[in-house]
Structure formats: structure tokens, C-alpha cells
Design a protein around this ligand. Structure first.
Ligand SMILES: [Cu+2]
Length: 136
């Protein structure tokens, strides 16, 4: 059953001209995926469980869909939309090539809903991808 479902999903993705970003390692680490117009972004946090008031890192794997430009740079930020404030720290993103990036220095300093903002710049345009996480 599982293999049938996988085949259907894979077939659907290929038919849509999509791409599948993958991490080389990381067994047991939860990977989240965001599908945007031009890109598919997969990310995971280190550590996997975010602790309020403690720094963490975000690893990204990005792939450009058909006809989308290869990313020039990626920015990572986060904020609390209901509270209208961001983080108290700026992140630093480094690229290790092949669509892999690592953002260091994130910290969620209070419980509630945080929204990640991933900005991909390519050929003078910026594509913004967001997703939320609720910390308790
Ligand atoms: Cu807040």
C-alpha cells in the first residue's frame, strides 16, 4: 500500500514538472516542505525540537522548478504576526552548494505562533515563502 501511494505521489510530482529537494543525511529528523510557484523548499531545524530562548539553526534544501532561475541568495527570518515583532537576532545564511543552505542564529524568545520567512533571490526577483509553527 505504501509503495503504491509513493508511486502515485512521485508520478504526480513528475507530471507537474516539480522537483524534490533532499537532504543527504538526517535520519529521524523531521523535514518540512514548502511548495511555491518557482521553488520547492525543504527545511529542518537543528535541534529538531525548538526550545524557547535557545538558539537553533535551519537547514534548507532548495530546488528550482522548470523555467525558474537558479537562486542567487537566500535569506531566512522569522516573526510573530500577531505580536508584530521579529526575532531579537539576525540570521546568517551560508550556502554549501547544490541548493543547500544553513541559517544560523535563530531564536524564538517567547511562546506563540512564529512564522518563518524564506526569501529566495534570483535574477533580480524575490520569491517569498512562509510557514508557521506554534511554540508552547
Ligand atoms: Cu511575541
Amino acid at each position: 500500500m505504501r509503495s503504491i501511494l509513493f508511486t502515485l505521489l512521485l508520478g504526480g510530482a513528475m507530471a507537474a514538472g516539480a522537483c524534490t529537494p533532499e537532504f543527504a543525511t538526517g535520519k529521524g529528523t523531521r523535514v518540512h516542505t514548502i511548495d511555491s510557484k518557482k521553488y520547492v523548499l525543504a527545511y529542518r531545524t537543528q535541534p529538531e525540537k525548538i526550545i524557547i530562548g535557545q538558539h537553533f539553526a535551519v537547514e534548507l534544501a532548495l530546488c528550482a522548478k522548470e523555467n525558474a532561475a537558479t537562486p542567487d541568495s537566500v535569506r531566512v527570518d522569522a516573526h510573530m504576526p500577531e505580536h508584530r515583532h521579529g526575532m531579537n537576532y539576525k540570521t546568517a545564511v551560508t550556502s554549501s552548494g547544490a541548493g543547500k543552505y544553513r541559517a544560523e542564529g535563530l531564536m524564538f524568545h517567547m511562546p506563540g505562533r512564529w512564522e518563518y520567512i524564506f526569501e529566495v533571490r534570483a535574477s533580480g526577483a524575490t520569491e517569498r515563502m512562509t510557514t508557521s509553527v506554534v511554540l508552547q
